[in-house]
Design a protein around this ligand. Structure first.
Ligand code: SF4
Length: 448
């Protein structure tokens, strides 16, 4: 049973030390009761209090990990309906369906894509991580799962209605925590027994949310925590409605029977690959934990991964780089110095253009709390009397003593003032406004 804020408060240390990030123990207790804070943020909770808080301290959507090692996928642990209320915690695991109806070449291609398909985007590596394995019987399922595990190490979803087949495939791989898919009304006890015996997560599927909640409650009654839900949505409207209702029930009503992450199979919903990508995008935007596609064409996986990344960044924390000097293309003492802000997108756009130009350069990245050039300038953070001390203390003069610095074209107006602030023979050159023009600019700079 959920505890009230006051009940939780009575179990806390009541020192108001603020280490949890909240001004008082009472404020922390209220947020905990609302499912918007995690108990482990308070370092002073006694074991006794932890036990007493029990369920009340669990996030409204349980955390579940499928797979092991680099490609393990952790989902759930979500506490809000909308990203701007706090943040979404764990990006969904994007994956592909691999079946024993595919020939070896197809399977090999998908394994290679799972292994090699990696996209770097604003400093993070995005990649599909999940392989859903489906086969006609236990032996074929076990053989294909073992092959895919050895071939690419993806987090595995084992697909069968037969508990014995799931066991045959999962047992040799139980340390890799494959997800058993799925327990339904007809086989719940058998699949749950395999999950308990092997200590692996399992999915529950049902045709209606009522039935799904019934089975979710059965899992709770059996003390299962690593559970994933599939409401078997069959249309775009159903996906939107089912995923929203599941999240709303979990987060707003603390309805534990639906308080688990979800899995969606756009691969089973249409033969039209573009429409499938649209379905996948709705699953991603609307809370799904795992999204399984029919192939890994980068024309679709790349935008889907970018979409996930955009939704799952913390809206309260601008993505930013550490302040410092970043060498690009092995620069020497004569290489140009380009100063810009530490907004990740700015940094990665500029550095990738410099890299593509093959011209060596020093990037002087200034901490302006992750703001872009114009925003930081407007906020008085990327201005002459801030940039000058940054450059002087940055150590750039030891690496490149020529005392020429290039500023972004958007802040051309600060060039004179910056030259004055820097003094000591420094010269300021106005660079380009658009990153795409950087290669041409650098070629002209080095020719001058
Ligand atoms: S860290 Fe714990 S003791 Fe300190 S204010 Fe937060 S809840 Fe209270």
């Amino acid at each position: 049973m959920a505890l009230s804020g006051l009940q939780i408060f009575k179990l806390l240390a009541k020192t108001n030390c603020k280490e949890c990030g909240f001004p008082t123990c009472m404020a922390f207790a209220m947020q905990l009761a609302a499912g918007k804070a995690e108990l482990d943020k308070c370092p002073y909770v006694s074991d006794e209090a932890k036990a007493a808080l029990g369920e009340a301290s669990a996030p409204p959507v349980r955390k579940v990990t499928v797979g092991a090692g680099d490609l393990a996928v952790t989902v759930g642990e979500e506490t809000v309906m909308y990203r701007h209320e706090k943040r979404f915690e764990h990006m969904p695991g994007l994956g592909v369906m691999i079946t024993d109806a595919m020939d070896d070449a197809q399977v090999d291609t998908l394994m290679r894509q799972l292994k090699e398909q990696q996209f770097n985007y604003v400093g993070r590596t995005l990649r599909p991580r999940v392989a859903a394995i489906k086969a006609a019987d236990g032996a074929a399922l076990a053989a294909l799962a073992a092959k895919v595990d050895a071939g690419c190490g993806a987090a595995l979803v084992l697909v069968s209605d037969d508990a014995a087949a799931l066991k045959a495939a999962a047992e040799p791989l139980k340390d890799k925590k494959p997800l058993l898919y799925a327990a339904s009304e007809s086989n719940f006890d058998a699949v749950a027994a395999v999950a308990r015996e092997l200590d692996v997560p399992f999915a529950i599927k049902a045709g209606t949310l009522d039935k799904l909640a019934e089975l979710g409650q059965k899992a709770l009654d059996g003390d299962f925590k690593d559970v994933v839900l599939d409401p078997s949505s069959s249309s775009l409207g159903d996906v939107l409605m089912d995923q929203t209702l599941i999240r709303r029930s979990a987060v707003k009503k603390t309805f534990r029977a639906l308080g688990f992450p979800t899995i969606g199979f756009p691969c089973n919903m249409t033969d039209d690959r573009m429409l499938e990508a649209v379905y996948a995008s709705v699953f991603i935007a609307k809370y799904a934990g795992f999204v399984i596609l029919s192939d890994l064409d980068p024309a679709r996986t790349l935008p889907l991964l970018y979409l996930s990344q955009n939704i799952y960044t913390d809206p309260q924390k601008p993505m930013q780089m550490d302040q410092g000097i970043y060498p690009v293309n092995d620069p020497g003492p004569e290489a140009p110095i380009i100063v810009t802000t530490n907004f990740s997108l700015t940094y990665f756009t500029v550095s990738s253009e410099v890299e593509a130009s093959k011209m060596p350069a020093w990037l002087a990245i200034m901490d302006v709390e992750g703001q872009s050039v114009l925003t930081a300038w407007a906020a008085g953070k990327f201005v002459a009397d801030a940039i000058a001390p940054f450059l002087k203390k940055s150590g750039i003069e030891e690496k490149a003593p020529h005392k020429n610095v290039i500023i972004p074209g958007y802040v051309a107006q600060i060039s004179g003032e910056l030259e004055e602030e820097l003094g000591d023979g420094w010269q300021v050159q106005v660079g380009v406004r658009e990153a795409a023009d950087i290669p041409k600019f650098l070629r002209q700079w080095s020719a001058a």
